[in-house]
Structures are given as structure tokens and as C-alpha cells.
Ligand binder design. Structure first.
Ligand SMILES: *Cc1c(COP(=O)(O)O)cnc(C)c1O
Length: 395
């Protein structure tokens, strides 16, 4: 290492490109892909020693850790502002791991009701193993206050809900949870790491589906659990390494590269989403235009405060009926009909018949998932093209 002068604190966009690199003896510029399941030891004694305790550059087995996965973990932990992170095979492995790793029968959990379907499945699973789960309307501080009890062990919520883009006030819920010593676990996918200040706002554990904005090109699955070193290495890692939820080194390598361009993509997507939502806001054929960046959003002020003045990359619009929604979707040329989000390509989804099909009609109604509701994940294309595509589809 050369003697370079100390540097001032770096901005996230700089750290997202440089932080966490572990160069091999070749000094490669690009982050190396260590496509290996295991590691050869110099001696039997070295193997023995490593199983007792391994240093930062010592690995045992890719289910436990891998140099490429560790680069991704170090970089995302740095961006999120947590001590450490553990990378997982998918976003759901992260949600499942973050909760299962420390909850036990008899524990009490409070969760918001507006969740991704698989997150609801994980909470049902916890209930099956004797964890008591109470559900609240995440946008109602009074419901959180009533549901959180002295024996509550954890609270869980999506900071921006799928697909109706409701915002949960992280600071206020964390205040209530911490008063009883409960751990605050936030699924922050829709907020994205770019606009996340979840840790400063009181989250103890932040989980991401890296499949979404972190990869940003819809290439592979991945997830990550960010938290204190105690939580990540003391609770999450043992659970995940023994139950097999680790990320593939190849996928970690894609995610690591994804982080480098994430800030550029997400800000461009947000700018496009703002332009599109603004263009659609006055259209009488749409019964609702939901975008946290619009002043018409019921929680606009909270969204702006919580996400540093940005509305994010997602929009939901109500076209009045399933028939109108399908007709418009089928005419779209740039927006692809799919169910991923955070992709560089714009995506249109009909939640009632796809992502939320499993729910009962009443449950869908309760969550505001009407037959005409369409979810838009806005990509990095030219905003004018996206607006024109949407307009011609509705014509
Ligand atoms: C997609 C998603 C997940 C699950 O992530 P996968 O990578 O698909 O397993 C969890 N939570 C939210 C909010 C999501 O959007």
C-alpha cells in the first residue's frame, strides 16, 4: 500500500464504485469473480485453525462466505450505513433469514398488513412455529401504538408498500418499538438503497431484494440483510449458512457491479417516474394516479422527508376496470408486461391477476388493489417515449 494522504468522507456514488474491493495478487481493475465453492488450505493445521476462527480474508465454504460475495456485502453495508451485511440467494431468503434467525415460539411480532405476498407467507410460517403475529394498517400510527406490547420482540414492514405505494413512518414506528426493546426489521425494496436513510431513522435491520434495483437489469435473484455486526454475524449468518440461503458468487458479482451504477439508474428512473406521473395526473380516464412524489399523494410530505425529497421509481394508476387495464397493457410497446421491478426497462404489472391473485377479493379491496389498478416500474428510457407510449396505449 502506498502512503496516500487521508481523504475526506466520500459520497455514496463514489463509495458505490470503489468500496469493498479485495484485489488479488494480479491487481485486477474489475472486481474479481471467485467462482469457487471452497478454498484449499496450506496444511491440516491451517484448516483446523480456520474452523476455530477465520480472519477477514480467510474463507471456508461458499455457503458461509466467498471473497466476491464479501465484496458485495461490504459495499452494500457501507452504503446502507450498517456495520455488516449478509448476502442471500434471493430477497425472500433475506426476509425469511432476518426474521427466522432470532425469533422463537412465544415471541410477538407486529407487522403491517400491506406486504408482498411471499412476505405474508413467511409471517404465516412464523405463526405455524408458535410466533404470535399481529397485523396493522402500517400508515396508522395509532394502530402500531395499540399493537406493540411490552413483550413485542420484532416489528416488520415494507417502508413503501407494494403495489399501492403507502409509506410507513420508520422513525415513528421505530420509536414505539424501541421503547419496548423490539427489533425493527424493514423491507426497504421500494425505497431503494439510494434513498434509504432507514438506519438513521431507527431501523435495526434492513433487507433488500437485490433482484430489483441493485441488479437493475433483471438478470438474477439475490438479497441482502444489513445490520449490526452482532446481528449479521451472530444471528443471520449462522441461520443462513446452516440452512443454505447463501448467494451464488456469480450473482454476488453481478450485484456488486449493479451497485456501481445503481445511483445513476435509480435517479434517472425517479426523474422519469416524476415526469410520467405528472403527465398522467390530470388525465380524466385515470381514476387514481398514485406516486409519492406528487403533492396529491396522501403521505407526500412523509415520503419526501423519509426519502430525501425523492418519490421513487414506482407509480400505480387505476384505469377504472380490468378490461381497460388489459386493453392498455396489451397496446404498450415500451412498457413490458412482467412482474419484476427496479429494472432499467419499464415494466407494467396488473397486481389483481398476478402478484396478488392469491389474495381473496376482500383482502385485495382492503389493500386498495382494485381491478383497474396497474403498477408501473419506470425504467431509464427517455421520459418522452414513456409518456408517448402510455398515451397511445390509452387512446
Ligand atoms: C421482490 C420483493 C421481495 C422478494 O425478493 P426476491 O428477490 O424476488 O426473492 C421481497 N420484498 C419486496 C418488497 C419485494 O418487492
Amino acid at each position: 500500500m502506498s502512503d496516500k494522504p487521508p481523504s475526506p468522507p466520500l459520497h455514496p456514488r463514489t463509495r458505490a464504485v470503489h468500496h469493498g474491493i479485495r484485489r488479488s495478487q494480479y491487481g485486477e481493475m474489475s472486481e474479481a469473480l471467485f467462482m469457487t465453492q471452497g478454498f484449499a488450505y496450506d496444511s491440516a493445521e491451517q484448516a483446523e485453525a480456520r474452523f476455530i476462527s477465520s480472519g477477514p480474508d480467510e474463507f471456508i465454504y461458499a455457503r458461509y462466505g466467498n471473497p466476491t460475495s464479501r465484496m458485495f456485502e461490504d459495499r452494500i453495508a457501507d452504503l446502507e450505513g450498517t456495520e455488516d451485511a449478509f448476502a442471500t440467494a434471493s430477497g425472500m431468503a433475506a426476509v425469511n433469514g432476518a426474521l427466522m434467525c432470532f425469533l422463537k415460539p412465544g415471541d410477538h411480532v407486529v407487522s403491517s398488513r400491506a406486504l408482498f405476498g411471499s412476505c405474508l407467507y413467511v409471517l404465516d410460517l412464523l405463526a405455524r412455529f408458535g410466533v404470535e403475529v399481529s397485523y396493522v394498517d402500517g400508515t396508522e400510527p395509532d394502530q402500531w401504538r395499540d399493537a406493540i406490547r411490552p413483550d413485542t420482540r420484532a416489528v416488520f414492514f415494507e417502508s413503501m408498500s407494494n403495489p399501492t405505494l403507502e409509506i410507513v413512518d420508520i422513525e415513528s414506528v421505530a420509536g414505539l418499538a424501541h421503547a419496548v426493546g423490539a427489533t425493527v426489521v424493514v423491507d426497504n425494496v421500494f425505497t431503494t438503497p439510494v434513498y434509504s436513510r432507514a438506519v438513521a431513522q431507527g431501523a435495526d435491520v434492513v433487507v433488500y431484494s437485490a433482484t430489483k434495483h441493485i441488479d437493475g437489469s433483471g438478470r438474477c435473484l439475490g438479497g441482502v440483510i444489513c445490520g449490526t455486526r452482532d446481528f449479521v454475524r451472530g444471528a443471520a449468518e449462522p441461520y443462513l449458512k446452516h440452512t443454505g440461503g447463501a448467494i451464488s458468487p456469480f450473482n454476488a458479482w453481478l450485484m456488486l457491479n449493479g451497485l456501481g451504477t445503481m445511483d445513476l439508474r435509480v435517479r434517472a428512473q425517479t426523474e422519469n417516474a416524476t415526469r410520467l406521473a405528472t403527465a398522467l395526473a390530470g388525465d380524466a380516464r385515470l381514476t387514481r394516479v398514485i406516486y409519492p412524489g406528487l403533492a396529491s399523494h396522501a403521505q407526500h410530505d412523509l415520503a419526501m422527508r423519509q426519502m430525501g425529497g425523492a418519490g421513487g421509481t414506482m407509480i400505480a394508476v387505476d384505469m377504472g376496470s380490468k378490461q381497460a387495464a388489459f386493453a392498455a397493457m396489451n397496446r404498450m410497446r415500451i412498457f413490458q408486461i412482467s412482474n419484476n421491478l427496479g429494472d432499467a426497462k419499464s415494466i407494467v404489472t396488473h397486481p389483481a391477476t398476478t402478484t396478488h391473485q392469491r389474495l381473496s377479493e376482500e383482502a385485495r379491496q382492503g389493500l386498495g388493489i382494485t381491478p383497474g389498478l396497474v403498477r408501473l416500474s419506470v425504467g431509464i428510457e427517455d421520459a418522452d417515449d414513456l409518456i408517448a407510449d402510455f398515451r397511445q396505449a390509452m387512446a
